[in-house]
Design a protein around this ligand. Structure first.
Ligand SMILES: C[S@@+](CC[C@H](N)C(=O)[O-])C[C@H]1O[C@@H](n2cnc3c(N)ncnc32)[C@H](O)[C@@H]1O
Length: 237
C-alpha cells in the first residue's frame, strides 16, 4: 500500500442510461481496455492491473460494499488505470459500451440463481452474449468462468454461435490459487471450476443478431449435479 498522499481515485460514473460511455474520458488516455462484468471486490482486476499498468480496467458491480472495497484497494495502490463503477453490468454492455471498444471482457462466477424467480437476473443471456460480441474488438477475448456445472453447460450450448469457444482445464498461470474471491472459496469447498476463453467469430451485424435471436434463454436448472467435462475425467481445479 502507498502512503496516503499517493492514493488515487478509482471510482467512475457510468453516465446517464443509454449514453455511450467514454473510455478515454474515464481513464484520461487511449490504452487497451478490459471490462469485468460483476467484478465483486475487484480481486482479479487489482492483480491484473498491477501486472498490466499499460491496460485500462473497468469493473461494473451492483453491490456497493464490494465495489467500495475494490475501489479503496486499487486507490491505495495508486492504480488509476483500475476503475470501479456502480451499476448493472448487463445494461452497461448492452446499452452504453461502444462497439469494438474493448480488448477483453471477463465474467467470473455470475450468480447461478437457484430459484426459478432468479432466472431472469442471470447475466449470461443471449442479449448479453451478443453485446459482448459487439463491444469486443476483432480478435478480442471473452473469459467466462463458473463453478456451477449447469451454467457451464448453458455456456457450452450457446457461446459457440458467436465465439470460437475454448475451454481451459487448468488454473490460470497468473493466479494459480484462483483469479477471484469466488474461485478461491469454491475451490476450498472442493467445487470444480469451469473456465473458457472465447474469441469473437467474424460475423456481420445481421448474422450476429439472427444467431442471438435463435439462442435459448438461460432458464436452466442450476441445482443439477456436476456432469463430466467433455473428454475429461472429473478434476477439481
Ligand atoms: C458470485 S459473485 C462473483 C464476484 C466475482 N466476479 C468473483 O468471481 O469473485 C457475483 C457478483 O456479480 C454481481 N452481479 C450480479 N448481477 C450483476 C449485474 N447485473 N451487474 C453487476 N454486477 C452484478 C453480484 O453483485 C456479485 O458481486
Amino acid at each position: 500500500m502507498l502512503p496516503k498522499e499517493a492514493w488515487v481515485r478509482t471510482r467512475v460514473p457510468l453516465g446517464a442510461p443509454g449514453e455511450p460511455f467514454s473510455w478515454s474520458r474515464a481513464f484520461g488516455r487511449e490504452a487497451p481496455r478490459v471490462l469485468d462484468l460483476g467484478c465483486g471486490n475487484g480481486y482479479w482486476m487489482i492483480h491484473s492491473g498491477l501486472a498490466r499498468p499499460e491496460v485500462d480496467h473497468l469493473g461494473v458491480e451492483l453491490v456497493p460494499p464490494a465495489l467500495r472495497l475494490g475501489s479503496l484497494r486499487a486507490g491505495q495502490r495508486g492504480l488509476s488505470h483500475v476503475k470501479f463503477a456502480w451499476g448493472d453490468a448487463s445494461e452497461f454492455v448492452v446499452s452504453r459500451c461502444p462497439p469494438s471498444s474493448v480488448d477483453e471482457v471477463h465474467l467470473y462466477h455470475p450468480q447461478p440463481y437457484y430459484d426459478a424467480q432468479g432466472h431472469a437476473r442471470r447475466q449470461l443471456t443471449p442479449e448479453v452474449q451478443g453485446a459482448i460480441h459487439r463491444v469486443l474488438k476483432p480478435g478480442g477475448l471473452f473469459v467466462f468462468q463458473t463453478d456451477n456445472p449447469a451454467y457451464m453447460s448453458y455456456a457450452r450450448r450457446t457461446l459457440p454461435a458467436l465465439f470460437e469457444f475454448c475451454e481451459r482445464f487448468a488454473p490460470w498461470p497468473d493466479l494459480p490459487a484462483g483469479r477471484t474471491l469466488r474461485e478461491i472459496v469454491a475451490r476450498s469447498q472442493g467445487l470444480e471450476i469451469f473456465r473458457a476463453e472465447s474469441r469473437p467469430l467474424s460475423l456481420s451485424e445481421a448474422l450476429r443478431e439472427s444467431r442471438v435471436s435463435a439462442l435459448p434463454s438461460p432458464d436452466f436448472d442450476a441445482n443439477k449435479p456436476a456432469g463430466r467435462r467433455p473428454g475429461k475425467s472429473a478434476r477439481k481445479t
